[in-house]
Write a protein that binds this ligand. Structure first.
Ligand code: NAP
Length: 260
């Protein structure tokens, strides 16, 4: 029987995960299918509990369900528990629901370089920033600073130093949604940041460079990573959790960037 996986969100029509995951299943000859599962918050728990008996082996979880996904799980990874959110659910053979957060590991994998001992500045203090801050600290980053438009939210991120005037750091991460819909970066305090060694934008666009990635390239940053790579890497980790196989990263990258 075809094994099923899907992405639970509301809305979820925009999600690129089905194309990416289905391409990966095809490339490895796996009899799996990945579908969109648009579910409103009030139906989330009953839907998740019904999935295993309908042939589902796992699911990704996106806005607004990441907290609820963690809360209903029987088991959770350290990352999911510490971040307080899950983006991956696995339905185990013994009937348990396991929660993981692959946003954190996917972000570190996307950086593609060791993080240990390097200073980091995270812009933003929402759900994505939470995962990024935890991942940086877990990977042994040096000082992690957080700047946010609403300073009180930055002060809530454990283990990081909230700053109102950001200073240069080796790794600079845009975990705000600035740049998602227009090219105006003026809401971000980039002026004093000099040239980061690594700049990573969690924002992604269907095609072309994001404004933050363009800014970073303009500073001469040695490595510029965009949100599509983070999306691919978090999806690859979910794929491995469900199937036990290494994900075909190049197939996933090609599919998501329209090169397939
Ligand atoms: P969220 O929880 O809603 O947080 C949004 C963040 O952006 C907050 O820090 C918010 O600041 C800030 N922000 C929004 N508009 C702003 C503006 N005009 N000026 C300055 N700051 C602004 O969202 P999220 O889930 O953390 O997601 C953030 C971004 O990351 C989104 O674009 C999302 O698509 C992207 N993302 C990408 C991936 C990936 O795989 N590539 C994964 C997760 C998220 P306030 O606190 O002041 O409102």
């Amino acid at each position: 029987m075809t094994a099923l996986a899907g992405v639970l969100g509301f809305p979820v029509a925009h999600s690129r995960s089905p194309a990416m995951q289905n391409a990966a299943f095809r490339a490895l000859g796996l009899d799996w299918r990945y579908v969109k599962l648009p579910v409103p918050p009030e139906r989330f728990e009953e839907t998740v509990r019904a999935l295993p008996s309908s042939g589902y082996r796992g699911a990704n979880v996106t806005i607004p369900h990441k907290l609820a996904a963690l809360q209903l799980a029987d088991e959770a990874s350290d990352a999911a528990r510490a971040i307080g959110a899950a983006n991956t659910l696995t339905f185990t053979d013994d009937g348990a629901i396991r929660a993981d957060n692959t946003d954190a590991g996917g972000f570190i994998a996307a950086l593609g370089e060791p993080v240990r001992g390097r200073s980091a500045l995270v812009l933003g203090a929402g759900g994505a920033a939470r995962a990024v801050v935890w991942a940086l600290l877990d990977a042994g980053a040096g000082e992690v600073s957080v700047w946010n438009r609403t300073p009180a939210r930055a002060r809530e991120l454990e283990g990081a130093r909230a700053v109102e005037l950001p200073e240069p750091a080796a790794i600079v991460v845009n975990a705000t949604s600035v740049g998602l819909h227009d090219d105006d970066l003026s809401a971000l305090p980039l002026g004093a940041l000099g040239t980061p060694e690594i700049a990573c934008d969690l924002v992604y666009r269907p095609s072309g460079q994001t404004p933050f990635a363009a800014w970073a390239a303009g500073t001469g940053a040695a490595r510029v990573v965009d949100g599509l790579e983070v999306l691919v890497q978090q999806g690859a980790l979910s794929f491995r959790i469900w199937t036990g196989r290494e994900a075909p990263l190049d197939v996933m990258r090609g599919e998501i960037s329209g090169r397939a």
